[in-house]
Design a binder for this molecule. Sequence first.
Ligand code: ADP
Length: 197
Amino acid sequence: MTRMLIMGPPGSGKGTQAERISERLGVVAISTGDIFRANVKGGTPLGLEARKYMDNGDFVPDSVTNEMVRNRLSQDDAKEGFLLDGYPRTVAQVDYLDGILAAGEHKLGVVLQLTAVDEELVSRLLGRARETGRSDDNESVIRHRLALYHQQTEAVVARYAGRGILAEVDGMGGIEDVTDSVMGRIDDVLSAPARGL
Ligand code: ADP
């Protein structure tokens, strides 16, 4: 069991790969986007708050997101390991997650990053919009989400790269191929000598 993150720009296939990796490794996959969408659908106070940001492609404020993640990670199924999908996306969230982990004397084993070029992502997401009708999959919102990824989340990737736990995988192959590459990279990182924090 291990504590892992999966990162990548919108449309890079994070959710799909998270499900597959979670099955192969037997760890729970936790997607902040899915939790927010379930709350929006259920009309909960958290959903009503999150919706204000999600429809425009903005980040839900850290104060809301951090608390939600803390609660989710304290549940039994995440005690021994987890694969977090979509969190952290800001350096403040990295610090917050570090605090949660340190309190339990835990640390992250691997951070996966799926890479992809922007134009391919836009066309994938426009295709998804036609199939699923997700309310944040229209071109101007998609471009805004990509811009936020570059402005804020690439700094998060750089932090983890500095700790020697980043595994980059090209997310543009077929679903099976990407999963195979990811599994190989997880092994590489977990078997490399620890470089500490
Ligand atoms: P994507 O990465 O394709 O944009 P997600 O399903 O991961 O989609 O997230 C959907 C939306 O949920 C984001 O655009 C954002 O509004 C919100 N969200 C998810 N995770 C976070 C987070 N860690 N911090 C802030 N907002 C988040």
